[in-house]
Design a protein around this ligand. Structure first.
Ligand SMILES: [Zn+2]
Ligand SMILES: [Zn+2]
Length: 136
């Protein structure tokens, strides 16, 4: 099965994973908002057998959210989010933005939409610019 590569921003941490993801979870829960500093987390789930670290496993720092099966794993050099194992170690949760090649996703699902911050609502109606606009 075809694998694709992913990494942190600085490249110290890298991995490869089978490129077949049944679901992409876009999670707007309060924990994901704070973990990402953004409106939602974009996570892919993959069976542990389909995932391999390539480099940098000793440079990963992991924070476990108390009382929940949510973690934040990140590169200690650049701070970018990297994959982590779920609580029982059967799956890897892969931040979609850490993948460096086109991702094969079957279905996208939004979860915890009830906790979405008000500033992230109705993004479809927000003006879009191809690059950073001239705001002067
Ligand atoms: Zn890094
Ligand atoms: Zn969440």
């Amino acid at each position: 099965m075809k694998k694709i590569k992913g990494s942190c921003l600085c490249g110290v941490v890298s991995f490869e994973v089978t490129n077949t993801f049944e679901k992409l979870f876009l999670c707007s829960c309060d924990q994901c908002r704070q973990i990402t500093g953004s409106a939602f987390a974009s996570n892919l789930f993959v069976g542990i057998k389909g995932f391999d670290w390539l480099n940098g496993i000793d440079d990963i720092i992991k924070y476990q959210v108390p009382g929940r099966d949510i973690s934040k794993s990140f590169c200690r050099v650049c701070g970018a989010g990297v994959p982590w194992a779920n609580g029982n170690g059967t799956k890897m949760i892969v931040p979609a933005g850490s993948l460096n090649e086109p991702v094969n996703v079957v279905e996208r699902i939004r979860i915890f939409a009830s906790e979405q911050p008000i500033w992230a609502s109705e993004l479809e109606q927000t003006p879009a610019h191809a690059e950073f606009p001239d705001l002067s």
